[in-house]
Design a protein around this ligand. Structure first.
Ligand code: SF4
Length: 210
């Protein structure tokens, strides 16, 4: 469905889609060695955050108590960021709008229906206590991303949604940027109910500005 976000600079349109998956299906999309290997070779958060490899758990252990997951896929067209000159900053701005909405919505839904998988690494503390070799400050609230749990997010989106992920490269601005999160639950929810909850959440968010 089509949504909009009001920011001080513009009113931006973005897409919100949801898809239900069984936990078995999600488990079939895991390649921990491959994705943790990519984290190790290319991410500054490797070994620096409690939510990231090698400290994040195996997906099958993390989702053991849940029966299903609602994957949420949000994307925003980069052509709307003409007021930002730098391409990388356009992607960053789009991601910031989507991530903040997705994570706040999923945290709210998880309070009633289960647990959630966030759009990126846990951002509850800055910096993560791991950097100071201290224990996690909020072990019951911290979140993991699908990537940190070893899920092939590209495969997941390709197989369950009609629009694939696009990647930013130096010198190439993708048509859109996207974020992916998930609600783990044992409740009988529907895609329609989640969309309706999101519409209410988004309306409130837009009233308060971004
Ligand atoms: S809650 Fe804080 S200490 Fe724990 S993983 Fe998140 S950022 Fe790190």
């Amino acid at each position: 469905m089509s949504m909009y976000a009001t920011t001080p600079s513009a009113t931006l349109h973005y897409a919100f889609e949801v898809c239900e998956l069984s936990i078995d299906e999600l488990n079939s999309m895991v390649d921990t060695d491959k994705f943790w290997g990519m984290c190790k070779s290319g991410c500054v958060n490797y070994e620096k955050k409690w939510c990231c490899p090698p400290f994040s758990p195996a997906l099958k252990d993390y989702v053991r108590m849940w029966q299903k997951i609602y994957i949420i896929f949000m994307r925003i067209s980069t052509s709307q960021f003409d007021y930002i000159k730098n391409n990388y900053l356009k992607i960053k701005a789009g991601n910031a709008i989507l991530k903040s909405r997705m994570d706040s919505f999923l945290r709210m839904m998880s309070e009633n229906y289960g647990n959630f998988i966030s759009t990126g690494s846990c951002r509850l503390c800055k910096p993560c206590k791991c950097k100071e070799t201290l224990p996690c400050a909020y072990p019951t609230k911290m979140t993991y991303s699908l990537e940190a749990l070893g899920v092939d997010v590209n495969l997941l989106i390709q197989s369950k949604f009609s629009t694939p992920l696009q990647w930013y490269k130096k010198g190439y601005l993708p048509e859109y940027t996207a974020v992916v999160g998930g609600l783990l639950t044992n409740s009988d929810l529907t895609n329609e109910m989640i969309c309706n909850e999101y519409k209410k959440f988004d309306a409130k968010k837009n009233k308060g500005g971004d």
